[in-house]
Design a protein around this ligand. Structure first.
Ligand code: ADP
Ligand code: MG
Length: 251
């Protein structure tokens, strides 16, 4: 059977080559004027299509990331970090932690910059085409609990498993019930060695029994998180207070 004769535009539409659709006629004229080979013309078109697809992908990833748009490295003062942490951050920014399914754990007191730093890391990796979603720990737990009640937990975990990274902001900030902690543990166990988890917490591991109520579960959760992980301890004074003091001295 021969294919029906269709115009180039119809074919491009059918193949969803929208970027080529937009430029191929103008570029064909240019190619004639500049005496560009057929291959070079085709190459340019394909390259354009790929670039646009990548740009659209990044936009989609940014939309689903649930990250605050302004918490990037552009607005983060790296000079505040001690040299050893700067070195670690440099390694993290290479992005291998995602393909190695390693976790990133940032600890520190409130205002030390945990959420900002983790968000900046996530933003940067998203712009490299990786999928990361940020959850406030309490929201994530509620989502998991609801799925469990609706017998949809496996389905939800499968959806999350497609993400390169799951950011869980503020583990341990709010005390949670045994049931809530159980679903969080289920998620951590599910992702173990299969995908990165990026955690921020005010509580050091020694106090995770408070989060998980149950000591055995706390140890098991910490064990899974730490096994392949990069840990940053941001023992810095609150950035808000630091900035407020700076203002005072400027006066
Ligand atoms: P934490 O999550 O540790 O409580 P945040 O990341 O929310 O702290 O930081 C508190 C505030 O200070 C935020 O507005 C954040 O953007 C800002 N901040 C913290 N550290 C820095 C930094 N090194 N450079 C720029 N802003 C910072
Ligand atoms: Mg925070």
């Amino acid at each position: 059977m021969t294919a029906p004769i269709q115009s180039i535009k119809t074919l491009l539409k059918e193949l969803r080559l929208t970027a080529i659709y937009d430029v191929y006629q103008d570029w064909a004229k240019e190619a004639v004027e500049e005496d560009i080979s057929h291959e070079a013309y085709l190459y340019r078109l394909l390259q354009r299509e790929c670039e646009e697809r990548f740009a659209r992908k990044i936009l989609r990833l940014q939309r689903i990331s649930n990250l605050s748009g302004d918490k990037t490295f552009a607005t983060f003062d790296l000079n505040r970090l001690p040299t050893n942490i700067l070195k670690t951050v440099k390694i993290i920014r290479e992005g291998h932690f995602l393909e190695n399914h390693e976790n990133i754990l940032i600890f520190g007191n409130p205002g030390s910059g945990k959420t900002h730093l983790m968000s900046a890391i996530a933003h940067e990796q998203i712009s490299n085409g990786r999928s990361i979603r940020n959850f406030a720990c309490t929201t994530l737990v509620q989502e998991l609990l609801k799925a469990k009640r609706d017998l949809d937990l496996n389905f939800l975990l499968k959806r999350y498993s497609k993400l390169d990274g799951i950011m869980i902001d503020d583990i341990g900030y709010v005390q949670q019930s045994q049931q809530e902690m159980e679903v969080l543990f289920t998620l951590l166990a599910d992702r173990y060695e299969r995908g990165s988890v990026m955690v921020t917490s005010n509580l050091p591991f020694s106090q995770w029994e408070k989060i998980f109520k149950d000591k055995v579960m706390a140890v098991a959760a910490v064990d899974r998180l730490v096994h392949h992980s990069i840990i940053i301890e941001l023992n810095l004074p609150s950035y808000r207070i630091y900035k407020a003091k700076e203002k005072k001295y400027e006066k």
